[in-house]
Design a binder for this molecule. Structure first.
Ligand SMILES: [Zn+2]
Length: 191
């Protein structure tokens, strides 16, 4: 972590963790990749280490992020996918060179193109988003129940009843709010 920058919220699903680099979209939005360097840091956490990142490449990344957010939100609501978002996702998917590598330990690793460009990493994220939005993976797109968040997340719980994008932040805040509301209703009670 670099001092002075907001922490990353790390989820298990690449594409929706990427959209989570802008959080609280309906409240006081927090930009978690405010500089090209922070995008480099974020990509490294997800096994997509790149050599460098320019401001223009950060813009490509943010455009992809907002397009995934828009398309995933529409998919969660079973609306028509916005054409402009689909275009950007497909463009980023096509612009990168990345290869899936099977390690001797039986894990998948991404090998970016020879220059390890940001575009290569973005193509992996775009492909991940496509697999989720296309319904190819076991899970369901849903929107976070926090009114200031409403982030699209991928619910892989068995019952498909997850309510929050992240238990530690949105889920916890909601629980605390409920706790305080109960305390106001029943002063003196512990819960
Ligand atoms: Zn949330």
């Amino acid at each position: 972590m670099r001092a002075g920058f907001p922490d990353f919220r790390l989820g298990a699903v690449l594409a929706t963790s990427f959209t989570g680099t802008l959080s609280e979209r309906h409240g006081d939005a927090v930009e978690r990749i405010p500089t090209p360097h922070r995008l480099v840091d974020w990509l490294a956490v997800y096994g997509l280490a790149v050599d460098s990142c320019t401001t223009a490449q950060l813009e490509l990344a943010r455009e992809l992020r907002e397009s995934i957010h828009a398309a995933a939100t529409a998919a969660a609501l079973q609306d028509t996918l916005p054409a402009s978002a689909v275009h950007v996702i497909n463009d980023r998917s096509a612009q990168g060179r990345a290869t899936a590598i099977l390690t001797p330990e039986g894990k998948r690793r991404w090998q970016l193109g020879p220059a390890s460009r940001v575009e290569d990493a973005l193509s992996v994220i775009a492909a991940d988003a496509i697999s989720i939005i296309a319904g190819e993976r076991d899970g369901k797109l849903a929107l976070c129940a926090s009114p200031t968040c409403q982030a699209a997340f991928f619910d892989t719980s068995r019952s498909r009843t997850r309510k929050w994008c992240d238990m530690n932040t949105c889920g916890n805040r909601q629980k605390k709010a409920r706790f305080h509301a109960n305390r106001r209703k029943n002063p003196g009670s512990a819960d």
